[in-house]
Ligand binder design. Sequence first.
Ligand SMILES: [Zn+2]
Length: 668
Amino acid sequence: MPIKLLLFALAALVVATGTTCAADATVDIEMTVRLDPSARIVEGTARLRLPAGNSRRLLLASAARLRTLAINDQPARRRERVQGELRSWSLPSRAETVDVRWEQSLEPTPTNLDHRATIGRASASAAELGSFLPAAAQWYPGLQVDGAPALQRWRVTVETPAGQRAIVPGRLVEERADDKGRTITYRMDVPAEGVDLIAGPYRQAERKIVSIDGRTLSLRTLFHPEIEGSSDDYLDALVGYFKLYEKWIGPYPFDDFTIVSSPTPTGLGLPSLTYLGIDVLKLPFIRDTSLGHEVLHNWWGNGVYPDYEGGNWSEGLTTFMADYHYAERSSADKARLMRLGWLRDLSAIPPGEGLPLARFTSRTHGIAAAVGYGKSAMLFYMLRERIGKPAFDKAVRRIWRSYRFKVAGWAALREAFEAEAGDELESFFKQWVEREGLPRLTLAAGDDGGAELLQDEAGYLLQVPLELRSGALRQSLTERVAGSRHALRLQAEGGELLLDPDFKILRRLAPREIPPTLRDVNLAGPAQLVALGGDDMDGAIGELTRRLLDAEASAVDDDRLSGDQALLVVGTADAVDDWLARHDMAPRPAAVDRRGEVQAWAGRHGDDRPLLVVSAANANALAAAARSLPHLGRYGWVVIDEGHASDHGQWPSLPQSIPLQASGKTAR
Ligand SMILES: [Zn+2]
């Protein structure tokens, strides 16, 4: 199961309502709140010191009760305006301070949400198992200046009953506990988006390190008792990430960092902390991948703020400098497979149905994720290839120096990269940020016997990697392509010419370049079903197709087989091998052979349509495999024993290639 973590879900909700934080308007908030998770009540007092502004409004959740309001220390009555979940009060121009006393009853923490439902929520909820009061739910008084929420600095004291511990973004400055409860104070001294309050029955572990600029940093875990045992491993991993990113980018912008466990399948990155589901934290690979991604968001996202109006670049840069960096550090092959994965997801978006990077705010569905993470990360990869790693890394440090705790858009990033590369990058950024979709490149034999590159989308300027292969000899070339038809002049003595075999540029892949996977059969419309092995197998085959396919498959017999439709072939091993031989299809691959009880592999048939073959020792084995197969869709082949995958793998990609004659003519 791929774990997808979502950052900025809450910031994105703010964007979705058409507002972004007002530049330079920062409100200072000092508040004391009492949270009672079992009674599900939060109550507090807050003093806001206001920034100047023409039109300023006090904001509070509609669900909250305003007890008292004072302006410049005088009790005040103002008329309220209710807009959906929010109430607001306009503030007079002479107002310098506002004091508020309020309370709110909270919803119970949902326990049956899936990840998708969790990320769309902005309501405050409480329970002993865990409470989450997102800033976007406006559970405490905030400020709007000229129609946009103001940035905030804060000092927040939270009182919780015994056994509970609370955290908000910022630096832990004071903590007191006795048998009645705990009082804990956090400060945020730089402008941030808002106070997200988290509480639970946490056990705390801590590690101190010295930052690159000589400060003492406190790294912590706040874990539920059931995962307390993994604290040390998580703290070890954190130390590694802090070393990596401080050296690469610059000093960590806060003094604390805490990994907080959540009873719901959450994945949130907030300034100085990350809030991750217990079930996610139990997965051993999270420490090596997602955790570093979350840590890096303290630089990109919560350190330098993206300009959501012009497109959120922070997921792409974070994916490139975290997920992709770890793959690259591990092996060139892993890095190549990650690039292939991004291009494959982007290629699955029907032409015209994507969105330009300039319109990406946060992950809301598959297409947005493919663009906002994959296309964006690939942009940074191509940029580094173009200007070189030294200039790229210098630009990254320049962005950090110039925009720490400020909003930066794509243009600000471009200027930093241009300054360090000494190169004009306007057309590069323009075509990849502002255009929707991707160019499709085709390598073809040219009219004059040479080779040519065809581009279906007009106007992309591309540096296209090519590879000449002749025997053991491999020679890489880069060809600058602008028009829709580009003749290649090659000096070659035979061999073959390959188009971008390592997936180094953003482009729509040809079907053959995409290695088949088990799930393809379900993504290509209604499939045809060939059921083999007789009546004994029918029940298990029915069970498998119900679990595997969204649409009902149509059973076909041999002479009605269509090469235009996806095909699922299921049956006993002998019957399957027989059937494949009779239909001149590729035989059972050596990778699966007859290992285990069930073998499944993906391929293509007819007109490049998806083919899935499932071969089972018997009906019981197939019925057991039916439960796990739907979760193995990303693989090219699997071997299943007693219902579980005992081995799996991917098929190689087949690059576009043409044979060459001596002196660069294509062989005919
Ligand atoms: Zn992210």
